[in-house]
Design a protein around this ligand. Structure first.
Ligand code: ATP
Ligand code: MG
Length: 327
């Protein structure tokens, strides 16, 4: 497997009067070519900031890339010039957000927005780009693409707008597609269609995907591997199959248990007691220690060294380090 993206010890912090927020704190992971990596974790744990750091989209200040490397095909995104990073944003990395209007410009027709990307990144003439825009809209299964190409974004329904945004994100044939809660705002049927579509298009252009979601059902359908984050830290990484069959970190176990169980028709959600701590005011040691039912004294001293089990299952928890009860 060839790595497309390799993030090593990324630290993206925010500096404010209230203190330092370590939104991504020593985050390391990779994404193979053609692979979909899921990122899960409760609200505020650093999923978006980690993914936005990759194309340097975090607002600086108040944010700052304090350390680490973000290697895309070996080139460090944190070191390249502003001009180069702009080039990469249009050519190599595309983002899809929950709210399509953050990417679509309300005052330009859909076709023009897709065309611009095609002209800029694939060197097409205006005429070619217009024709290709219709094809892209067709590809994302928008009905009447010849008409929609001349529509403004507000004329489309939420689901159709999301498709238009996907068409735009894929127009440059990116190597990496970052999807940040891309279907959360859509109803279940449309969500399923959009997910199918993303998988189909991914195969077609052989892209890698980073898929951020709260929804473990979506993870199990979309992702090859999963990274679990908590309070700016990576706490577990494993294949999707492993994460569901054999979750190891108490936080992951809690997250998976909090998924409603369809088989027992129990509608009661198991919720992990307590809240994500304030990132301004983290406890010493493991940030999950305040909610963990297995908490030990050493958990409150320092964040645990990562342990790798079965060759690829990464866990940051003292239960698995030397002397831990699961060792
Ligand atoms: N501009 C900012 N200034 C200060 N802190 C920020 C800023 N943007 C984000 N943060 C903080 O960084 C942390 C991580 O935020 P992030 O948006 O990555 O969370 P998330 O995991 O994507 O959450 P959600 O699931 O709600 O989208 C949060 O504690 C947030 O408050
Ligand atoms: Mg987010």
């Amino acid at each position: 497997m060839e790595k497309l993206l390799e993030v090593k010890n990324l630290k993206t912090y925010f500096y404010s009067e209230r203190g330092v927020v370590k939104a991504a704190d020593d985050v390391s992971f990779y994404v193979n070519k053609g692979e979909t990596l899921g990122i899960v974790g409760e609200s505020g744990c650093g999923k978006s900031i980690t993914s936005m750091s990759i194309a340097r989209l975090v607002e600086t200040p108040p944010g700052k890339y304090v350390g680490g490397e973000i290697l895309l095909n070996g080139e460090d995104m944190l070191k390249v010039s502003d001009e180069r990073i702009r080039q990469i944003r249009g050519n190599d990395i595309s983002y899809i957000f929950q709210e399509p209007m953050t990417s679509l410009n309300p005052v330009f027709k859909i076709g023009r927005q897709i065309s611009e990307s095609l002209m800029l990144h694939r060197g097409m003439s205006q005429k070619e780009a217009y024709k290709e825009s219709i094809k892209m809209l067709e590809l994302v299964k928008i009905p009447n693409p010849e008409r929609v190409v001349d529509d403004y974004p507000f004329a489309l329904s939420g689901g159709m707008r999301q498709r238009a945004m996907i068409a735009m994100a894929l127009a440059c044939e990116p190597k990496l597609l970052v999807a940040d809660e891309p279907t959360t705002a859509l109803d279940v049927t449309i969500q399923a269609q959009v997910l199918d579509l993303m998988n189909e298009l991914k195969e077609k252009i052989d892209a890698s995907i980073m898929f951020i979601t709260h929804d473990l059902g979506v993870i199990s359908e979309m992702c090859d591997r999963v990274m679990v984050m908590y309070a700016g830290k990576v706490v577990e990484v494993a294949t999707t199959e492993d994460i569901f069959k054999n979750p190891r970190h108490p936080y992951t176990i809690g997250l998976i248990a909090s998924k409603p169980d369809m088989s027992t028709k129990s509608s009661r959600l198991h919720v992990i007691p307590g809240n994500v701590p304030d990132l301004n005011n983290l406890p010493a040691g493991c940030p999950f220690s305040t909610r963990c039912s297995h908490v030990m004294d050493k958990c409150k001293t320092a964040f645990p060294e990562e342990v790798v089990l079965d060759g690829q299952h990464r866990i940051a928890c003292y239960l698995y380090t030397e002397g831990g009860s699961k060792q």
